[in-house]
Design a protein around this ligand. Structure first.
Ligand SMILES: [Zn+2]
Length: 406
């Protein structure tokens, strides 16, 4: 029998330490590709609470291990943040932040350095209470998620050669259990023309005019995209417009647009690209339709190029990883959790979307705080998440033993 009460009490006893650690992380600005300082701060805290092994890989991801058992279970927090946006919208310094008995304000509190604070103290709780078993818990603090979700885990799986049995994504869920979200991709559509003097446009071929009907047809396409009962509808929007022209007094010889496409269940990148290539306006204009590439260097200088494609994922409710989280939640809080999905995208796009390693979400903080001014999180949620993370590995071991016997 797992002593859930003892785990909760232990988590509560670290409320102050968790809050202080989170505020330290918030004080270190860590936008994508500039996470070095915060990674070193996390390493210090992992050492302090007694992680068994700590590594920083060539991409700059930090990997902390608890235990030496056979079953590898990972928990992930990306530790980069977005920028602060319009500074005047903040009532507090986004890095110095603010704290009272209930909340902590600052960039990265909900999205999602709070998850990291809870995970590190889960490691401490496991050590304090001797909750180790035939598992190894891997706690990852990953880089560049806000810039290219999942790239960090493409590296961890392909280059670090690490393949956990499942991964808990600790992005904010308001302490609900999330088992999927839509995928996404970044598409570039280009039209080509011939420039000439603007005083005699009939001598040329205007690439911007060729793009106009494409934009209208895309708007219409958005309304007709596939719907899925759990994940909802696919969507698209035109997010950027570019042009090339010799002068303001000329016919434009090039035009391109970016499309943010959200993919629901059953929509792959091939499908989404073909769908656009088959539009009448795209064919008539002879436009090209392609995916963007991502190749921004990590803070370590490492470049690991990838396509800007982030596949959809959904974990079945009856999967042992989902069942483990539901049982842990019931054990700790004595009530049924809400099992739902994220609206936004997470590192699970590569872990489960590309590599089919099961993912399941549970995190402190709220999704609507992500990227918002005066972003905040709740101390109660940090404590409860730490208790969940400490208990999950042991509940999982009992779940799979039970399943294999039954
Ligand atoms: Zn996030």
């Amino acid at each position: 029998m797992i002593d859930f009460k003892a785990i909760l009490e232990k988590a509560e006893s670290y409320r102050v330490e968790m809050s202080a650690f989170l505020r330290d992380m918030i004080r270190l600005p860590s936008e994508s590709c500039n996470e070095k300082e915060v990674v070193l701060r996390i390493k210090e805290e992992m050492e302090k609470v007694g992680f068994d092994k700590i590594e920083i890989d060539p991409m700059g991801n930090i990997l902390g291990y608890i235990g030496h058992g056979k079953h590898l279970i990972a928990m992930d927090a990306h530790i980069d943040t977005v920028g602060v946006g319009e500074r005047d919208l903040w009532n507090y310094d986004p890095f110095e932040g603010y704290e009272d008995d209930e909340i902590i304000i600052g960039r990265g509190t909900s999205d999602q350095e709070g998850g990291m604070a809870s995970m590190v103290y889960a490691g401490k709780i496991i050590k304090d209470l001797g909750l180790e078993d035939d598992y190894t818990l891997l706690v990852t603090g990953t880089v560049q998620e806000e810039d290219c979700d999942g790239l960090c885990w493409q590296y961890i799986i392909e280059k670090d050669k690490i393949r956990p049995e499942f991964v808990v994504i600790t992005e904010p869920t308001s302490l609900n259990i999330y088992r999927g979200h839509r995928g996404r991709m970044e598409i570039k559509i280009s039209t080509y023309g011939i420039s000439c003097h603007g005083s005699a446009p009939e001598r040329g071929d205007n690439a911007i005019y060729k793009m106009a009907p494409i934009i209208n047809e895309l708007k219409e396409l958005h309304g007709n995209l596939k719907h899925d009962t759990f994940l909802g509808k696919g969507s698209l929007t035109v997010s950027e417009v570019f042009f090339s022209s010799p002068s303001r007094c000329a016919v434009a010889d090039g035009c391109s647009i970016s499309v943010d496409r959200r993919l629901t269940a059953g929509e792959t990148y091939e499908y989404a690209l073909e769908q656009i290539r088959n539009l009448d306006s795209v064919k008539a204009a002879g436009a090209t339709v392609e995916m963007y590439d991502y190749k921004r260097p990590a803070y370590t200088g490492l470049v690991y190029p990838t396509k800007s494609y982030f596949p959809t994922w959904v974990l079945e409710e009856k999967h042992p990883a989902c069942k483990t989280l539901v049982d842990t939640y019931k054990g700790l809080f004595n009530k049924k959790p809400l099992v739902d999905k994220w609206t936004f995208s997470t590192n699970a796009v590569s872990i489960m979307g590309r590599f089919k390693i099961p993912c399941i979400g549970f995190g402190p903080g709220h999704e609507d705080q992500a990227h918002a001014p005066n972003e905040r999180t709740w101390k109660d949620e940090l404590v409860k998440a730490a208790a969940m993370y400490a208990a999950i590995p042991l509940v999982y071991i009992q779940t799979i033993i039970h399943t294999s016997q039954g």
